[in-house]
Write a protein that binds this ligand. Structure first.
Ligand SMILES: Cc1cc2nc3c(=O)[nH]c(=O)nc-3n(C[C@H](O)[C@H](O)[C@H](O)COP(=O)(O)O)c2cc1C
Length: 250
């Protein structure tokens, strides 16, 4: 199995998404898969121009030349695509959405009805057959992930991929103040990676463990108070430099 892990966090290797991606990637490798990781932070990726020359002029080929030229060949070779998609304004980061939009060049102009009874395009070249969502969110409630999960499932349908798992871990701001609280989840993610590589999908028990929030809502609120305090201090510093008071609760 060849896995491609795309991390859409603007913080790249400094983010919580990357801790999760490393653990899942390690597990995939333990299970015998080959993995490649792409940090979108390091690539220039323009939005789709909607020129649609990929549909009417050069099937399968995007007209723009940028960081997508590193991603297209990897997508063509991968059996499994892991979307590392931290929640940004209730969905995936814009740069990751641009990657998905730019995959329109894998689609031919024709329509056909898929198994969900909805139209979709036949493919000019194969996209990864399997799809995994790996996400974190600042807020503590699992419901935060619902719009992203809906988008992820719709994309899997468009890509003709099987959505294998949605691993969604809330409370990411609090977790940065208490990083050890993620250790158990990292071990389960590693196990899920092994299971995907060896058995084709994660065990439902492993997936349920990963999706159990590592910190309670009350603990997240407590830890977020530390973040608020830190922000107030930064605001006060910035305010004194700029000759104006910081904003926020005093
Ligand atoms: C632009 C932006 C929008 C965000 N929107 C949300 C949101 O709608 N809901 C939420 O729970 N967290 C939101 N967050 C918090 C991130 O999900 C959280 O900081 C996460 O840790 C980011 O992933 P990373 O650590 O891998 O960079 C947002 C963060 C940013 C930068």
């Amino acid at each position: 199995m060849q896995a491609l892990i795309i991390n859409g966090s603007a913080r790249g290797s400094r983010g919580v998404t990357q801790r999760l991606a490393q653990a899942l990637g390690q597990g995939l490798q333990d299970g015998g898969a080959t993995t490649e990781q792409v940090l979108l932070k390091d690539l220039e990726i323009a939005p789709c121009l909607a020129c649609l020359s990929c549909m009417h002029k050069h099937p399968g080929r995007c007209a723009q030349r940028d960081g997508m030229d590193e991603i297209y060949p990897r997508l063509q070779q991968a059996d499994l695509l892991v979307l590392g998609a931290p929640v940004y304004t209730d969905n995936m980061p814009a740069k990751l959405k641009a990657v998905i939009d730019r995959c329109i060049c894998a689609m031919l102009p024709f329509w056909e009805e898929g198994e969900a009874g909805r139209m979709r395009h036949p493919l000019a070249w194969p996209l990864p057959a399997q799809f995994v969502l790996l996400s974190v969110a600042g807020f503590p409630e699992p419901v935060t992930f619902e719009p992203l999960i809906a988008t992820f499932r719709a994309q899997a349908y468009n890509f003709r991929s099987t959505p294998l798992a949605e691993f969604c871990i809330p409370g990411a701001i609090a977790l940065q103040f208490e990083p050890a609280a993620l250790e158990g989840h990292l071990a389960w993610l590693r196990q899920a990676g092994r299971e995907i590589a060896q058995e084709g999908r994660p065990n439902p028990v492993t997936a349920a463990r990963i999706n159990r929030p590592p910190l309670s809502k009350d603990r997240c609120r407590e830890l977020n108070l530390r973040y608020e305090d830190w922000c107030r201090k930064q605001q006060a510093k910035a305010g004194s430099k700029q000759g104006r008071a910081g904003f926020g609760r005093e």
